[in-house]
Design a protein around this ligand. Structure first.
Ligand code: FAD
Length: 355
């Protein structure tokens, strides 16, 4: 993740989850469906989103009550009236197969508001987009948004197993026809061309190497793109990655409040949130996000396991320890970015800011 420039700072507006009605289920390919949601007029502000952001859905389970899964919005806030996520079956996956098999129009799903930082700082800049398989979902939202509401040019390299597995083939062809001067679309089909190697990806990316890059797809694809962009000397700070992984923790359930084995010395923390500074006693071993929620502060979050960055904030002074971090890069850490859901206090006083 890269820390987004100030105007694009996003918030999950509340810890509350909401029930959204599925207005339509669209079969996109043999193994992918889109869920189109109806958002009540009273929730429109809560569900405002940036292109590239995701929803977290609660998926019921007889085994454990529920699991939480994130799904990127494939709709664009600039061109689509309704919110849409697109879910591709994962072999032996629980959540994705439940959605594809069980969800019908009229169903209601519990979800958290949009979150995520995989979103361009400006729709006016030139973009280089890479997607593979279901990784197209946030990327198509970015492409539609940039072409409709921005002035920049967009190049998209989109890899799939074969023609039948290309999600949004029609939407993308239409964008290409409507914006021939601004949109370059390159399909890569494994069935015809084999797996895309870093060298092949670098050759495709070379004309656009000066652009801000957004990458989403399976791990090996993302690794190949990273390697290609590094060969082309694209600065790491200009490469944005969205990793699709299942949440282990469940933000819809109450989290474990105290981490065992932490030193017993309590701290105090000063938190700047929504223009107000809050001073709180911070018990040892308590995660910052839990402390804030327990004090009824409207702090943003989604996964609660250090995987999604929705709870990112900035450490201004003092020291914290992060129990897990699957999303912040070295550059973020050097900038003082921390994940509230994983931070426990180290020093006696700590100062953080969400502004
Ligand atoms: C930011 C983000 C955005 C994403 N966007 C998309 C997207 O746009 N489209 C998309 O398709 N994917 C997306 N993903 C991936 C998605 O969240 C899931 O990881 C993916 O759908 C696979 O989930 P799954 O449950 O099907 O598979 P798995 O997670 O592989 O399912 C297996 C897991 O489910 C558990 N399990 C099995 N049976 C049960 C049961 N009965 N009850 C409870 N648990 C059970 C197993 O123990 C195992 O842990 C995104 C992920 C992230 C983090």
């Amino acid at each position: 993740m890269r820390w987004p420039p100030a105007p694009w700072w996003f918030r999950v507006p509340s810890q509350l989850s909401y029930r959204l009605r599925v207005a339509e289920v669209v079969e996109e390919t043999a193994d992918a469906v889109s869920l189109v949601f109806e958002v009540d007029s009273g929730l429109v502000d809560r569900f405002a989103y940036r292109p590239g952001q995701f929803l977290t859905l609660r998926i019921p389970s007889d085994r454990c009550g529920s699991v939480a899964r994130c799904y990127s919005l494939s709709s664009s806030p600039h061109t689509d009236d309704r919110l849409q996520v697109t879910v591709k079956r994962t072999a032996d996956g629980y959540g994705s197969n439940w959605i594809c098999d069980e969800v019908r129009a009229g169903a209601e799903l519990e979800c958290l508001p949009p979150a995520g930082v995989f979103t361009p700082a400006s729709l006016d800049e030139d973009l280089l987009l890479f997607a593979a398989g279901s990784g197209i979902t946030p990327v198509v939202s970015i492409a539609k948004s940039a072409l409709a509401a921005g002035r920049g040019r967009v190049a998209l390299v989109y890899a799939n197993r074969d023609e039948g597995s290309v999600i949004f083939a029609g939407v993308l062809a239409e964008l290409a026809a409507r914006h021939p001067e601004r949109f370059v679309l390159v399909h890569w089909l494994e069935s015809l061309q084999g797996l895309p190697t870093p060298a092949a990806l670098a050759a495709l990316a070379r004309p656009y190497r000066g652009r801000e890059a957004f990458v989403c797809g399976p791990k090996p694809f993302m690794a190949g793109v990273r390697s290609a962009l590094s060969t082309l000397e694209v600065p790491r700070t200009r490469v944005h990655l969205e990793r699709f992984q299942s949440l282990g923790a469940n933000p819809f359930e109450r989290a474990e409040p105290v981490v065992a084995g932490e030193p017993r010395k309590a701290s105090t923390v000063s938190v700047s949130l929504d223009g107000v500074v809050h001073r709180l006693d911070w018990p040892a071993g308590t995660k910052l996000l839990d402390l804030l929620l327990d004090n009824d502060l409207d702090a943003p979050y989604s996964c609660r396991e250090g995987a999604c960055s929705a709870c990112a904030c900035r450490l201004l002074s003092g020291e914290v320890r992060m129990l897990n971090n699957d999303v912040l890069e070295e550059e973020d850490l050097a900038d003082g970015v921390i994940l509230a859901c994983q931070s426990v206090p180290v020093t006696e006083t700590v100062e953080v800011s969400y502004e």
